[in-house]
Every structure is written in structure tokens, then in C-alpha cells.
Write a protein that binds this ligand. Structure first.
Ligand SMILES: C[S@@+](CC[C@H](N)C(=O)[O-])C[C@H]1O[C@@H](n2cnc3c(N)ncnc32)[C@H](O)[C@@H]1O
Length: 390
């Protein structure tokens, strides 16, 4: 493909990503993958170059641009060499009209900026590293470090590994044998905050495809009950295969009916040694991986999320046994979803005591701790740890 054709392909992809962001459609990565699947003629160099252009344009535009062309014209303001590629060639973009302007540059959408003043927002758009968690049911961190060139231990998580260069880990024998899982160090720390032990009853209320469930299973050494629930059938259905690969045999899955979650969990009231609520959220802490998520969030969507978080937080509290632990986490840096939720919960449950979820990482925020890309080098999370009185 010519450089102009690559630019036009990036513009078309950006158009699709903008529509998907407006209509809560597929993620940018998914759209890029299906775009190339339908265009086998694009070689690996073309794909890499187009993807790079798309992500540069997404990272540069804080607000959702009007079109892919506007996003790319904005990028061309920082990279003037791109302007010459708007050349009107058969597969290239039309020439730039005299008064045509690009999308403006910003890290954060205007309405969110005042809510993120406590954060180094530039770090939210840096490239995320590839972190692995060593599955201690099958391997030790030393074994894995020795087997992976350029791998380093993570700063805080004891079973974490950070790779200098991204690799396709799913093709590596370590992954196929269930010795490692892809998991950001921040997610590993959330699972560690649960302090799950062998023989306990642990509930992962919003387990998704089970990323943190598998970390909890390793901490429990396969002993005790680990209940993984979620309202998303597709995500939850991925867990059995992952659990089998990881050699985690003590996981029970429960599909929840949204709005009627308590019904499927009624037998667990007052029983759990630990409940983890890894609540659905805006994902502001994971913009490094999904920078177009900035274009998806609206004040109305944030309101719906905070209402759901409060409901799941309160539901989780009913499942904890006297003396048990309740861990609330969101991959968000917004106080509405993090410290605000924990503060509301603490006020409504004055007998529950908040403790520090882990010792070294994170900065105190309200009743919990904030992990952030800038300060901790992890994805952004808020996490709070409460103990129910005996
Ligand atoms: C942050 S994700 C969880 C990620 C997962 N714990 C992991 O480590 O991969 C939040 C999850 O909450 C789930 N969820 C949304 N509404 C829910 C509800 N009403 N009850 C339970 N889970 C819900 C979503 O389907 C999503 O999987």
C-alpha cells in the first residue's frame, strides 16, 4: 500500500471507531482486527503502520472527533509530513481544503478534566507494558523469569513479570501450559488485597472472564470454595477453559440476572470469608489500553454506573460473614466511582472498619488507595478493604 492509501485506511478505521464510541459498539482493537481480516492484501508492514496512525490520532484527541478525517487532520498538525499524503490519489484521502481544520488536541475530555486533577493524566495515555502473572499452582516466578528473555519482576506484585517487548504470549508454551496469565500488575494487586487463603469461602462477585478469579484460586491452592459470578454469560463462559488450563479446580460459576443478583446468591448470605466486588466502571484507569474509551463516557453513563456500583457494593456486604472481608475495586480514577463509593459505604456501615489493602503500592484516597499509571506504573484502580465486625 502507498503511504497515502495507508492514511486513507486509518481514516476509515477511525470513522468506524468514532461511530462505535458514540453507539457503545465494539472496541477499537476489535474493529481493527476485523478490518484487516476483510483486507488480506494488507501486509504486516501496512497493518503496523495503519494501526500506529489510528492510535496516534486517538491518543491526540480528547473529545470524540466529528470524523476520522478530522482526527487525522488534527494529527497532521503535529506531524506536518502527513499533510502531503492528503494528495487526492486514487486510494488516498482528498486534498486538504483551504479552511479545513483538524480535531483539537487534549488528553482528557473537557467535562472530565476537573474530575482528574489529582492524577498525572498524560501518563494515562502512555503505552501500557505487557504484564504477566505467574500461576503459582504450576510454576514459580524464578522459573518464568529464566525462560523469558528481557522479563523483569514487577515492582509490587510478588508473582508479576513485566516484559520489555510485547510478544504474542498466547503462542508461548508457558501460556499454553497455564504457567502464566496476561494480567496487569494493578489487577494482580487487587486480587492480593483479598488475602484469600486455602480453605476459605471467597466470592468474586463481578468475575467477568475470571482474570482475578484465577489469581484468587492460586492463592487458595485449590482448597476451599471460590464462587465466580457475573451477569454476562459470554464472559463467564470463558472461565472454565481458563481454569482448566490453570489447573484451578475449586471454582464454581454462577450467572446472575441483572437486578435479581441476590436470588442466585441467597444460599451464601453471611457466609463468605471474603467478597471481591470488581465493579463495572468507566475504565478511566485503563485508557492506556483503550484510549478511545475517553470518547464513550458521558455524564449519563457515569450516573448509571455509579448507581450500579452502589447496589453491587451493598449486595456484596450481605454475603460477608461476621469478621470477613469486603474488597471493593474499580479500574477508574474518578472519585464518584472510587473514594466516593467507599465513603458512602463507610457512612452507611459505621461498624465496618477500613484497612490498607496492601502495604507499598498506591496513594491513600478516602477510605482506600489509588493505583495510577503515573505514580505506580500500573493501570489505574481504586481499591478499598473493609472488615465486617465479628
Ligand atoms: C471490571 S469488570 C470485571 C473484570 C474481572 N473481575 C477480571 O478480573 O477480569 C466488571 C464486570 O462486572 C460485570 N457486571 C455488570 N453488571 C453486573 C451485575 N449486575 N452483576 C454482576 N456483575 C455485573 C460485567 O459483566 C463485568 O464482567
Amino acid at each position: 500500500m502507498t503511504p497515502s492509501a495507508r492514511l486513507q485506511a486509518a481514516i476509515e478505521l477511525l470513522d468506524a471507531i468514532i461511530v462505535a464510541a458514540r453507539e457503545q459498539g465494539a472496541a477499537a482493537d476489535t474493529l481493527i482486527a476485523s478490518y484487516f481480516k476483510a483486507r488480506r492484501y494488507a501486509g504486516s508492514g501496512d497493518r503496523r503502520a495503519i494501526r500506529e496512525l489510528v492510535y496516534q490520532a486517538i491518543r491526540r484527541a480528547g473529545e470524540r472527533p466529528e470524523s476520522g478525517r478530522a482526527a487525522m487532520l488534527g494529527l497532521a498538525e503535529d506531524h506536518p509530513e502527513l499533510r502531503a499524503l492528503f494528495d487526492g490519489s486514487p486510494r488516498g484521502p482528498a486534498p486538504i481544503a483551504t479552511h479545513e481544520t483538524g480535531a483539537s488536541a487534549a488528553t482528557v475530555p473537557d467535562w472530565l478534566a476537573p474530575k482528574l486533577t489529582h492524577i498525572d493524566t498524560a501518563a494515562l495515555l502512555e503505552r501500557a507494558p505487557l504484564d504477566l502473572r505467574v500461576n503459582t499452582l504450576k510454576a514459580t516466578r524464578d522459573d518464568v523469569l529464566a525462560a523469558l528473555l528481557g522479563a523483569q519482576p514487577t515492582r509490587f506484585a510478588p508473582n508479576g513479570i513485566r516484559l520489555a517487548d510485547p510478544i504474542v504470549i498466547e503462542q508461548h508454551p508457558l501460556w499454553r501450559d497455564g504457567k502464566v496469565e496476561v494480567q496487569d500488575e494493578g489487577s494482580q494487586l487487587i486480587a492480593l488485597a483479598c488475602r484469600a487463603r486455602p480453605g476459605e469461602i471467597v466470592i468474586d462477585l463481578c468475575a467477568g472472564a475470571g482474570g482475578k478469579t484465577l489469581a484468587l484460586a492460586a492463592d487458595m491452592r485449590g482448597e476451599g470454595r471460590l464462587i465466580a459470578s457475573d451477569s454476562d454469560r459470554r464472559r463467564l463462559s470463558q472461565l472454565p477453559v481458563r481454569a482448566e488450563r490453570a489447573g484451578a479446580a475449586n471454582i464454581e460459576s454462577r450467572l446472575l440476572d441483572p437486578g435479581r443478583e441476590a436470588e442466585a446468591l441467597a444460599d451464601l448470605i453471611d457466609t463468605a470469608d471474603c467478597v471481591l466486588v470488581d465493579a463495572p466502571c468507566s475504565g478511566t484507569g485503563t485508557w492506556r489500553r483503550n484510549p478511545e474509551a475517553r470518547w464513550r463516557l458521558t455524564p449519563e453513563r457515569l450516573d448509571r454506573l455509579t448507581a450500579l456500583q452502589a447496589r453491587l457494593f451493598d449486595l456484596a456486604a450481605t454475603l460477608v460473614r461476621p469478621g470477613g472481608r469486603l474488597i471493593y475495586a474499580v479500574c477508574s480514577l474518578l472519585d464518584e466511582e472510587g473514594a466516593g463509593q467507599a465513603g458512602r459505604f463507610a457512612a452507611a456501615h459505621p461498624a465496618c472498619t477500613a484497612g490498607r489493602p496492601f502495604d507499598e503500592a498506591g496513594s491513600p484516597r478516602g477510605e482506600g488507595v489509588l493505583l495510577s499509571p503515573g505514580a505506580d506504573g500500573t493501570d489505574g484502580f481504586f481499591v478499598a478493604s473493609f472488615t465486617r465486625p465479628c
